[in-house]
Ligand binder design. Sequence first.
Ligand code: NAI
Length: 316
Amino acid sequence: PAQELRYDGKVVVVTGAGGGLGRDYALFFASRGASVVVNDLGSSLVGGGASHSAADSLVEEIRQKGGKAVANYDSVENGAAIVQTALEAFGRIDVLINNAGVLRDKSFAQMTDADWNLVQAVHLRGAFLVTKAAWDTFRRQKFGRIIMTTSSTGLYGNYGQANYGSAKLALVGLSNTLAQEGAKYNIHCNAIAPIAMSRMTESTFPAEVAPLLSPKCITPLVAYLCHDSCAETGGAYELGGGCVTKVRWERGQGHVFKADASFTPAAVQAEWGAITDFSHPYYPKTITEVNWMELLERANAASAGPAHQGAPLRFD
Ligand code: NAI
């Protein structure tokens, strides 16, 4: 069997660790030698109320098993306080798992400002604030591992989840940029789209599938991505019930139009097949791999003369 990956001496912050996936992450990291900050506001699924009991009982359980953990009850909207708990209790922070979340599912027609704002605040702004608070430490120590929790709803959309899906895809954008900005400091950031039975999904999945969709099937990938030995950064993964798959953007070859007056809506219509064709795809990982300069040169080369001599585009 492969050698056990350990986290001795590491300090791991898990947001929203009072239940569901976060609880399993915290138990796992503590069992492998890490010191864990168990953050949970203890709110309801839709974001009301607050209670210390979920975080406290998990910290107690970890300690009884011989592990090291402290509780923190701040909302991720108060990210600096969560990181402060790690620094005060353990003197450092190495791994940050942005996991806290709430739902306010409604059709877009029914969705209120409050439904939108709460979900954006917890998922997107919360992840921003906690990560921002840890960033300087990660840079200084030239080590950091960050997980952003996205969702298949973010990647593909889902009925009744405009607030949640938009926040979740934004986290992929955040993750991709942090992966690039963090690269030279050995700060790695990856996004996961989990599928698991928790209070968040108990009304989505039938009870029979619960044993197949354990949170325990999410932890191994998260823990691997957060290990010293893992070089992966800027990735996104869908996983659940033992399946783990990387997802990425696919780009076709497209069609290059002459950059002149012949480039009309009707020309777009005529080339729709080529524009939407994926038979020769490529998979850009960074913005520089979408080579706009080359595409512009091709567009100019396709013109009858130098581009600046072409008729200007007209939209009247
Ligand atoms: P969960 O509801 O069991 O866990 C979320 C935890 O976050 C709760 O313990 C809650 O008290 C805490 N929380 C809520 N607001 C908070 C705040 N402002 N500050 C700190 N903590 C707060 O749900 P689950 O399934 O474990 O979700 C974990 C993450 O995985 C979430 O980000 C969720 O959106 C995401 N996810 C889960 C899926 C699933 O199939 N379970 C599917 C896709 C994404």
